[in-house]
Design a protein around this ligand. Structure first.
Ligand SMILES: O=P(O)(O)OC[C@H]1O[C@H](O[C@H]2O[C@H](CO)[C@@H](O)[C@H](O)[C@H]2O)[C@H](O)[C@@H](O)[C@@H]1O
Length: 306
């Protein structure tokens, strides 16, 4: 993505209303390109929105000739979830697909991970990366950080959390520049409520921070009206991608990605990755990161041919 040099907090304005205005064709495997025989739809599946892979032709039709701007979540979307963050390594083939896509359309990676961490895991130059759930953004000619005045509070909370969680086996505290993740994936089920209680207690003592959730994770982040949705809307404006010729696509698997799905409602398309798509604001779905990889590969092929 080419980019201007400055972004400011609030430049995205308030989130759009949560109503969904798009209508979508009934899920049918109508793609005239490569048929995808492994993704048969069932009525139950369809309730969550059509598969962007099984219904690839419909998906392409919904773009209506507009150029996509691609926003990609990392964990659970580009890579399967792993027992620990450092084990969620991007497959080389997927890296190649993202590289190919970045030559065909704007691509940004929007992650809960620390900015440097996700940029290293993806390992591609020239993309826009938004780390710490959009609080920390970097791209070619582009740099912005939201909530620097909260860093002291985060530092204090990090120290408190580590001290108070040390006695609970399996707890992992991951410090990102603008957030702290407390992982419970390795914690014994009976101990998980105790971890949550500590996190909520630390947050209650620090009004500058708020708690958000995710898959086997609790996070503390600056108590600001900022999230992945606001970050994506701001990026669209800042990168000159707000015109009618561009359609933003956001792939994500988790509750923090729902902020982006809601923000893009009426303006682009959300694609929820994962089995459980109940309650999502996304209009499309993909079963898992493997399907997401196949979808992205197919999208690259289609964009290269068009
Ligand atoms: O926005 P994302 O890119 O999806 O990042 C969300 C969080 O992802 C990571 O945690 C998750 O993935 C881990 C590795 O697979 C898994 O062990 C953990 O249970 C998941 O919650 C990352 O470590 C966090 O910092 C991100 O906020």
């Amino acid at each position: 993505m080419s980019s201007p040099s400055r972004l400011r907090l609030g430049s995205a304005g308030p989130l759009p209303a949560g109503d969904r205005t798009e209508t979508h064709p009934v899920a049918q495997a109508t793609d005239t390109g490569r048929p995808d025989t492994g993704n048969q739809e069932t009525g139950a599946d369809r309730a969550a929105g059509p598969s962007a892979l099984a219904c690839f032709g419909d998906f392409i039709a919904a773009l209506a000739g507009r150029r996509p701007a691609l926003f990609l979540d990392y964990d659970g979307t580009l890579v399967p979830l792993a027992p620990r963050p450092e084990l969620a390594v991007l497959d080389e083939a997927v890296r190649g697909t993202i590289r190919r896509l970045s030559a065909l359309c704007p691509v940004a990676v929007v992650s809960g991970r620390d900015l440097d961490d996700v940029a290293r895991m993806v390992g591609l130059e020239g993309l826009v990366y938004a780390g710490s759930h959009g609080f920390d953004i970097r791209g070619p000619g582009l740099r912005t950080q939201i909530g620097q005045e909260y860093l002291g509070e985060l530092e204090g909370a990090d120290i408190d959390l580590r001290a108070r969680l040390a006695a609970i086996p399996g707890t992992l505290v991951e410090r990102k520049r603008f957030a702290i993740a407390i992982h419970t994936r390795q914690v014994a089920p009976p101990d998980k409520p105790a971890v949550a209680a500590v996190v909520r207690s630390v947050a209650a003592e620090r009004a500058q921070l708020r708690v958000t959730g995710g898959k086997e994770i609790l996070e503390l982040r600056p108590n600001l009206p900022w999230d992945k949705g606001r970050a994506v809307l701001t990026l669209l404006d800042a990168l000159g991608l707000s015109g009618e010729g561009t359609v933003p696509l956001y792939l994500g698997d988790d509750e923090t990605d729902e902020d982006a799905f809601r923000a893009l409602s009426g303006r682009g398309f959300g694609i929820r990755v994962g089995d459980d798509t109940s309650g999502t604001a996304a209009q499309w779905r993909l079963r898992d990161p493997a399907e997401a990889a196949r979808f992205l590969d197919r999208l690259a092929g289609r964009l290269a041919g068009s």
